[in-house]
Design a protein around this ligand. Structure first.
Ligand SMILES: CC(C)(COP(=O)(O)OP(=O)(O)OC[C@H]1O[C@@H](n2cnc3c(N)ncnc32)[C@H](O)[C@@H]1OP(=O)(O)O)[C@@H](O)C(=O)NCCC(=O)NCCS
Length: 176
């Protein structure tokens, strides 16, 4: 297989919301559409991935949205959140939330996620972060494996609502 084109990682801008929001919905459904029923996954998409919601998150100074592009196309994104309260099992100071971390299915397994994680760490460091924490569904072995390769460790469990459907997540924590 030929080498994939290089990945360019940048901060999202206001004009990105229109393209990014539907991709967020598409990649969420590709990864987790099977995790609940249609009513709950649709409710989750409507609550999180509408264009206006993404425009607001991009404009929010307490959230940084990073976009990974390949050949001019968005292929992944991550969100670092600076103002969310960590779960009680995360006791370290200066711990920021890695709120979302997604690659398009066709761009997984190509090494891009490690580059995006480097950018996430740099973003957290710029704001004085020492730790990152995140929630991941307990039935998402590929994501868990990726985070563990990146030095994250399980420190607890949490409930994550997909619509009204409670899902059992792990809380992972890693050094910036
Ligand atoms: C999480 C994500 C960004 C990681 O990117 P990636 O390109 O898959 O990462 P990598 O290929 O570097 O690592 C994935 C690891 O999982 C392994 N893996 C792949 N499918 C797997 C499966 N079904 N079960 C267990 N491990 C699996 C891979 O072999 C690799 O491990 P290895 O390097 O030891 O072989 C990507 O998988 C993704 O976008 N997933 C869907 C969205 C998601 O779950 N995001 C996280 C939300 S918290």
């Amino acid at each position: 297989m030929s080498e994939p084109p290089p990945l360019h990682i940048r901060r999202a801008e206001a004009a990105d919301a229109a393209v990014l929001a539907p991709l967020m919905a598409e990649w969420f459904l590709a990864a987790y559409g099977h995790a609940s029923d249609a009513a709950n996954t649709s409710a989750f998409v409507a609550a999180n991935f509408e264009r206006a919601k993404q425009a607001a998150e991009i404009a929010n100074p307490d959230i940084v949205t990073l976009i990974a592009q390949s050949d001019g196309e968005m292929v992944g994104y991550a969100q670092v959140r600076f103002a969310t309260r960590p779960p009680d099992c995360v006791t370290e100071a200066s711990a920021y939330e890695l709120g979302r971390f997604y690659f398009a299915p066709a761009h997984q397994g190509r090494g891009g996620a490690a580059l995006l994680m480097d950018a996430v760490r740099a973003t957290a460091r710029e704001r004085g972060g020492c730790w990152l924490w995140l929630l991941v569904w307990q039935e998402a072995p590929q994501a868990i494996r990726f985070y563990e390769k990146q030095g994250f460790a399980k420190v607890g469990t949490a409930v994550f609502l997909v619509g009204e459907d409670p899902k059992a997540d792990f809380v992972l924590r890693g050094l910036v």
